[in-house]
Ligand binder design. Structure first.
Ligand code: GUN
Length: 295
């Protein structure tokens, strides 16, 4: 049976560590603060934003939020960002994506002060990750790396295949797993392949992975025949599919868990795998930002 990579449990360990750190900072008169901006009423985004706010409260981080209507203009949104850039109580600013279509996401990301960009989406911070000199690490990729490393899974020289080339997960995770393991908290020293919708022989490439990461947003895309016996399987997907229950949907990952799990040596469940780790690493970045601001 595979090791279940329990993100819920590990994220709690990390949150306990952070909670102690926040208490220590508070005793020096420093309270980390996170501002969350949500535009519109995408149901999944509302859930994510709610969990982020709740987690802040649990570990003693100040949480401010701006919940804006879908019709918010670009100028209004930029002025909210600016207000948080100028707010000394705020060390991290997160604008939940995706934004409604009339808004320019990259202009908003560029407007966030890089020192407060706890998502690590700003080009300055993305570039720093690429050269192995990070200010912050992007939350979901960092969560994946922590799950792997803290479980004691060897990554050096291993073939990591990442399915998905998004700016939020696939690309930065590839940079981090490629990085030499040299104390920057992210390097895995792996051999990295990225697959995407135009990849030829995608199934064969996946089947060569020692560590297979699925981050494509397609429910149960990774089937058993695409997975090598003994591979470590990390599922970043959270997809809502119709179900005959009170919610009307259930959550499934990008991996067909029931058929893949028996072949794997370790696997993340959905929910309870990468998801909670993402939030823990957001809290980590917020605490780090507060420390950097007062260093
Ligand atoms: N939408 C999906 N994931 C994320 C995330 O990590 N940060 C933000 N800001 N929006 C998201």
């Amino acid at each position: 049976m595979p090791t279940i990579l329990d993100g819920k449990k590990l994220s709690q360990t990390i949150l306990d560590e952070l909670s102690a750190e926040v208490s220590a900072l508070k005793s020096q008169g420093i309270q980390p603060g996170l501002a969350v901006i949500l535009v519109g009423d995408d149901p999944a985004s509302k859930v994510y934003v709610g969990s982020k706010q709740k987690t802040c409260e649990k570990i003693g981080i100040l949480s401010k939020s701006s919940i804006l209507p879908a019709a918010t203009s670009q100028a209004e949104l930029l002025s909210v960002v600016q207000q948080y850039n100028d707010d000394p109580q705020i060390h991290g600013i997160l604008c939940q994506l995706p934004l409604p279509h009339h808004l320019d996401e990259s202009e908003v990301i560029n407007a966030i002060a890089p020192q407060k960009d706890v998502d690590c989406f700003h080009p300055d911070n993305v570039g720093r990750v690429l050269i192995g000199a990070p200010r912050f690490l992007p939350c979901t990729p960092h969560g994946v790396v922590q799950l792997i490393k803290r479980t004691g899974i060897e990554t050096t020289g291993k073939h990591a295949v990442i399915v998905g080339r998004s700016d939020i997960v696939g690309k930065p995770l590839a940079a981090m797993m490629l990085q030499k393991d040299s104390g920057s908290n992210m390097g895995c020293n792996s051999t990295v392949t990225i697959c995407h919708s135009a990849t030829r022989n995608l199934e064969e490439v996946c089947a060569q992975a020692d560590i297979l990461v699925a981050a494509i947003g397609k429910p149960e895309f990774i089937k058993a025949h695409m997975v090598k016996e003994g591979a470590v399987v990390i599922d970043v997907g959270i997809n809502r599919i119709d179900a005959d229950n009170s919610k009307g949907y259930r959550l499934v990952g990008d991996v067909a868990y029931d058929e893949v799990a028996p072949k794997s040596s370790a696997i993340t469940p959905v929910p309870g795998g990468v998801g909670p780790m993402t939030i823990a690493m957001l809290m980590y970045n917020t605490v780090k930002s507060a420390k950097l601001a007062h260093a």
